[in-house]
Design a protein around this ligand. Structure first.
Ligand code: 13P
Length: 613
């Protein structure tokens, strides 16, 4: 039997049915009735008092009735033979005032922080329900326990008063295998349940439900706990999304005060309701590329650029005396893809054609291997830079045969692509012609990608190597972005299914006056806000030859200037991979040290996506 450890507060709901028959109510000029009420037992303005258990005891009851082995952490409460038995000292009180069949509730002021005790027998799931009141210390203790017990899954029903962006809460969300919320959060993880006022949404499906206050006075808080625990119980039992939604709906529709149904009763009840499950409006209108882009831009994650062309890898390996052969290139990439927790920090990886066809240790292609880890594989499809005739400026080639190549990559399992145009900023360059031509090519590439259901990452890079000022960068990056989005509009690119990869806005590497992180944050945020349409799928940065620490610090500064209309994150190659290359040195005996070096950069950059000010 699966074990679930509930983290939450047992709450006793004391329903006080207010007495209409006395004249203690005062009516104000808006017709609202007011009552002075004291909870000292001396005022008897209610004529009926019913106490029932709520909060974590609802989770305990529902999961137990689903046949699961559930306990509440740090609380000697049990649910046996249809009876909830609690220890009163750990109970918090809420008073539910009922009048004219309406309810409102008052929470007792001394609600205790939630108990967390390290379990002696490790559970299959930890379920933090919405009754939990967590401080950063208890979150840390839970995270530490989960770090030591990777096998234990976490379900987290975020209390509506909790700020999901608070650092410690964000950590929990990131670790969670299932997140439940009564607010529409951006999908933070794939397994996300939304409990709305009249609908429950899960896995692009939704079912309607109603809280009939009038019938049984169940509070919304208790109703939501019933729904959440029913969904969780069904998922743990291996039910599919449709079955889970129907079970939850059946349970809430038949629930009475402190009385939910057993699983087998529910299973008999749900057949008539099948017609009520339908795809969410989101799902109906969203194209495949928009959906992929949304997954790629999962908040808190970035995209690893592991797509250096043969020439770039050759230079890197040569500088470290590493033989540049296929086996070494494969082993190098293998380090990144097999790093523990990769999927926690990156949503996608951009591959070079050779790597996409190479095999992981388990004999599957790297594309398949990454997909199996929940990381979306992407592919660099441009074929490098060539000079415009009679000019030093360059354009990007690779449009010939692109539709056929994209179809092949899609069949292999890749879902997004990258195309890089590069501009040098000097007195004379980039010329209007070079900007215009490269942006036209980028738009042609984007159109071919979307026709193949592949998300295009359009990358117009203003290269860091130069002696320009930050003001010159602001002007040039702005001009490039304006041209690019005009071309994308002309070719009717669906912006929600397209991602911009761009340089941060800063002074050139050879400029005496280097930009501080604060300057980079402000300038980059301003340029993006003013020149990138809000409908775009997302914005990612290249590191462009900045030092490892500089790239992270600048990313943090950009984050601090948010929020933005789109998710903004990293898609570095060098700033994520260089420390690992230095550690590996071409010798697989160093692979673990290299993985650690990579993981350190992943964590640092994921942290830089959280605001510090
Ligand atoms: P860097 O982060 O090393 O600039 O590489 C990102 C990239 O993909 C350039 O095309």
């Amino acid at each position: 039997m699966k074990k679930i450890l509930i983290v939450g507060n047992v709450i006793k709901d004391v329903y006080l049915r207010l007495d209409n028959r006395n004249n203690a109510f005062e009516t104000d000029q808006n017709g609202i009735n007011w009552l002075d009420i004291a909870f000292n037992g001396s005022n008897h303005y209610y004529y009926n008092r019913v106490s029932i258990y709520g909060g974590a005891s609802i989770s305990l009851e529902v999961l137990s009735r689903f046949g699961l082995d559930a306990k509440i952490s740090g609380t000697p409460a049990t649910f046996i033979d249809g009876q909830f038995i609690a220890n009163e000292t750990r109970t918090n009180y809420r008073y539910i005032l009922c009048r004219d069949d309406n309810t409102s509730h008052i929470e007792a002021s001394d609600t205790a922080p939630t108990a967390w005790e390290v379990p002696t027998v490790s559970p299959d799931w930890i379920y933090i329900d919405s009754s939990a009141i967590l401080n950063p210390t208890s979150v840390n203790n839970i995270i530490n326990y989960l770090d030591l017990n990777q096998r234990v899954k976490l379900a987290y029903f975020i209390n509506r008063k909790t700020n999901p962006n608070a650092t410690h809460i964000f950590e929990l969300i990131r670790r969670a295998n299932l997140v439940i919320s009564t607010k529409h959060l951006e999908p933070i993880i794939d397994n996300y349940i939304y409990i709305g006022k009249n609908s429950i949404e899960y896995s692009d499906l939704q079912v309607g439900w109603e809280l009939s206050n009038k019938r049984d006075l169940l509070t919304r808080f208790s109703a939501n706990l019933t729904i959440a625990a029913s969904m969780l119980g069904a998922i743990i039992l291996g039910k599919n999304p449709t079955e889970s939604l129907l079970l939850a709906r059946a349970n809430i529709q038949s629930a009475k005060l402190s009385n939910t149904a057993n699983l087998n009763t529910l299973e008999q009840n749900i057949t008539d309701d099948y017609y009520r499950v339908k795809p969410t409006a989101k799902e109906q209108t969203m194209s495949e590329v928009a959906e992929t882009a949304k997954k790629l831009m999962a908040p808190g994650k970035g995209i690893l650029a592991a797509d250096e062309s043969g020439g770039s890898i050759h230079k890197k390996f040569e500088s470290m005396n590493i033989p540049d052969d296929e086996q070494h290139r494969r082993d190098y990439r293998n380090i990144f893809f097999t790093t523990p927790d990769l999927e926690k920090y990156v949503s996608g990886v951009i591959l070079f054609d050779e790597t996409a066809r190479q095999l992981a240790d388990n004999g599957k292609t790297f594309v398949e291997y990454l997909n199996s880890r929940g990381v979306i594989p992407g592919i660099k499809v441009d074929q490098g830079l060539v000079n415009f005739e009679g000019s030093d400026e360059k354009y990007t080639q690779g449009l010939d045969g692109l539709p056929e190549r994209l179809a092949e990559y899609y069949a292999m399992g890749a879902r997004f692509a990258k195309w890089r145009a590069a501009f040098e900023l000097t007195e004379k360059t980039p010329s209007d012609m070079a900007i215009q031509k490269n942006c036209e090519i980028l738009a042609d590439y984007a159109r071919d990608c979307q026709a193949a259901n592949i998300v295009p990452i359009v990358e117009p890079e203003l290269v860091y190597d130069g002696d320009y000022t930050i003001e010159q960068n602001i002007a040039t990056t702005s001009k490039i972005l304006d041209t690019l989005f005009a071309e994308l509009a002309k070719k009717q690119i669906e912006l929600a299914g397209c991602i911009l990869k761009v340089n941060m806005v800063l002074a050139g590497k050879r400029q005496d006056e280097q930009s501080s992180a604060d300057e980079v944050g402000v300038a980059t945020a301003k340029v993006l806000r003013e020149h990138v349409p809000a409908e775009l799928g997302g914005v990612v940065f290249l590191s462009g030859g900045q030092s490892v620490v500089q790239a992270t610090d600048n990313l943090q500064a950009v984050t601090n200037n948010g929020p933005f209309p789109w998710t903004v994150t990293f898609s570095f190659a060098r700033a994520l991979q260089d420390p690992a290359l230095q550690a590996w040195k071409g010798n697989n005996a160093n692979a673990d040290t290299a993985r650690e070096a990579f993981l350190e950069r992943l964590i640092a950059n994921a942290n830089a996506l959280k605001k510090t000010s």
